[in-house]
Write a new protein. Structure first.
Length: 262
């Protein structure tokens, strides 16, 4: 249950202890290619082991498979970097036992890995801003690592107070980077539209407003490059021609918004 309300009901008819299934049961059949997004992390494995920085346009980078199905963006400017989203894992409650999609030593570890990859790619440029597309754990749960590294946080109005609570909260059981090193939250609420520029490159942040996924959602546009970065409003893998049925309404909603605004 969650807060006293049933979350999952199941009937267990048989329990066996000390049984280890053969690893071959989890291997795909020969000749079947499993998409990156669906590849499982072995028990005890590193969810970020397949992470790869890809430059999709000059100075515009995507971290492919920071964890399965998660590909955040960072953009280079003259003397700073803008990162989009501050990822963490999230709990999976519908199994026995409950687990985390990206387990690690502290809740911010995935964002710390993200920051390491940014520093390896652009070693002399600090992350000045982190854009939080929306306040769900897989997109904002690692935010404290960015605060510890001095990045200003850009977020939608509905995310402002949850972000303040997240940064204020003590982390004593599993101290993260902010708990160990400290840092001060610099939060800017994006209402409507916000531009970041160094005179050569412009990055636009737009609030799409209430939508089927969350109360507010920020999207990022690079007008000169003709690129958009969107979290959770579109659901595609490279092997799918059409959206999943359960995601079609959200895809349709964003497509209509894009036709109006884009």
């Amino acid at each position: 249950s969650v807060e006293g309300r049933p979350f999952t009901e199941m009937e267990v008819t048989r329990v066996s202890a000390g049984v280890s299934p053969s690893a071959s049961l989890l291997e795909p059949p020969q000749g079947i290619e499993v998409p990156e997004e669906a590849q499982a992390v072995p028990a005890g494995g590193d969810a970020s082991s397949g992470a790869e920085v890809r430059e999709v346009a000059p100075g515009v980078h995507v971290v492919a498979r920071l964890r399965g199905g998660f590909h955040p963006l960072f953009v280079e400017f003259d003397d700073f970097v803008v990162a989009v989203d501050a990822p963490a894992g999230y709990p999976i409650w519908d199994g026995l036992s409950a687990s985390d999609v990206a387990p690690g030593p502290a809740v911010d570890w995935l964002s710390r890995r993200y920051l390491e990859l940014i520093a390896e790619t652009l070693p002399r440029k600090p992350v000045r801003y982190v854009v939080v597309t929306h306040f769900h754990n897989d997109h904002a749960g690692g935010l404290r690592a960015f605060v510890a590294r001095g990045a200003a946080v850009l977020a939608a109005p509905s995310a402002a107070e949850p972000i303040r609570s997240l940064v204020r909260a003590p982390h004593t059981l599993a101290p993260d980077l902010l708990a160990r090193e400290g840092g001060e939250l610099r939060l800017e609420v994006v209402e409507g539209r916000r531009k970041i520029t160094d005179g050569r490159r412009t990055l636009e942040i737009l609030d799409v407003g209430p939508n089927p996924h969350t109360a507010h959602m920020l999207v990022v546009r690079l007008p000169e490059e003709g690129l958009w970065f969107v979290s959770d409003l579109l659901d595609r893998t490279r092997v799918e021609r059409f959206p999943k049925p359960e995601h079609a309404a959200l895809d349709r909603w964003f497509g209509e918004w894009l036709r109006r605004e884009g």
